[in-house]
Design a protein around this ligand. Structure first.
Ligand code: AMP
Length: 279
């Protein structure tokens, strides 16, 4: 397990692997790792000769300064967790090297970046595309692994790889949950004990919503979910949308799509949590 900070050194190590015909799998992360991240590492190890993990809290994807400031940074613990999975290379670049000057590139993903997370966090997906395109250019992986927890992010990254015409296979991996159903997230550790307990209501409600599809129309189900969660004093729904899993178009009738995903963002005190479920 090599730990490298410099871009040029990373490029040189990976260049040698690729020259020897090795398949490279890549997992970009912002650290504060949990079993969700580690599941991506495990999948990459199964499908590639070499697995590379990056840990980089990307400032350009935060539209809220306080969120960036409070984002957990636990590098020693991350390295310890990763050592059990033994990725070949851990890339931990410095902000100053990734962004020696401000990145002025603007990406246009059209509709898919202007709804849900894109609407709530203006500039977020542009920042994600900036950093992931840079990381892809340094590492040039064969496969890159992303979690379905960030469902819309997967769609944006797939579009970006198409637009940039890079030959990288984007692999979407299932959401890993805590025993009580809460989707694992680096932000969960920022919850108070009471908030953590009540946050379970989010996934619980999504699971119930799945079972209510035969009884409710789309609009009734949306209202039911929002009320159910907002009735808990610790939770406030920011948005709840039911969309087609490929086009991300909001559906109005169940017949509009066979592959429906219910996407939710909930404010839990100062912490913003996202989750989704296939309906
Ligand atoms: P982050 O460090 O939050 O940027 O996440 C890095 C990668 O891990 C992203 O592709 C996330 O979608 C993925 N990820 C985060 N949480 C989970 C989870 N609970 N299950 C599966 N993947 C996850």
């Amino acid at each position: 397990m090599q730990i490298v900070k410099l871009i040029a050194e990373t490029q040189s190590i990976i260049g040698k692997y690729k020259a020897n015909g090795k398949r490279v799998g890549f997992i970009p992360t912002m650290g504060a790792l949990h079993k969700g991240h580690l599941s991506l590492v495990a999948q990459s190890k199964k499908e590639n000769d070499i697995t590379v993990v990056s840990i980089f809290v990307n400032p350009t994807q935060f539209n809220n300064h306080n969120d960036l400031k409070t984002y957990p940074r636990l590098i020693d613990r991350d390295l310890e967790l990763l050592s059990e999975y033994e990725p070949d290379l851990i890339f931990i670049p410095e902000v100053e090297e990734v962004y020696p000057e401000p990145d002025t590139r603007t990406f246009d993903f059209g509709y898919i970046e202007n709804i849900m997370e894109g609407k709530s966090r203006p500039g977020h997906f542009n920042g994600v595309a900036q950093v992931v395109s840079k990381l892809f250019s340094y590492i040039n992986p064969d496969n890159a692994y992303f979690g379905q927890k960030d469902f819309q992010q997967v769609a944006v990254i797939k579009q970006m790889t198409k637009d940039l015409d890079v030959n990288i296979n984007i692999v979407a991996c299932p959401i890993i949950r805590e025993v009580d159903g809460l989707a694992m997230s680096s932000r969960n550790m920022l919850l108070s004990e009471a908030e953590r307990k009540n946050a379970t209501k989010i996934s619980e409600t999504l699971v119930k919503a799945c079972n209510l599809v035969p009884d409710f129309n789309v609009s009734q189900l949306k209202d039911w979910v929002i009320n159910e969660i907002n009735n808990n004093t610790y939770l406030e729904v920011e948005y709840f949308e039911i969309v087609d899993d490929t086009t991300l178009k909001s559906i109005e009738k169940w017949e509009d799509s066979k592959n429906r995903v219910a996407c939710i963002t909930v404010q839990v005190g100062k912490v913003r949590l996202i989750d989704n479920i296939s309906l």
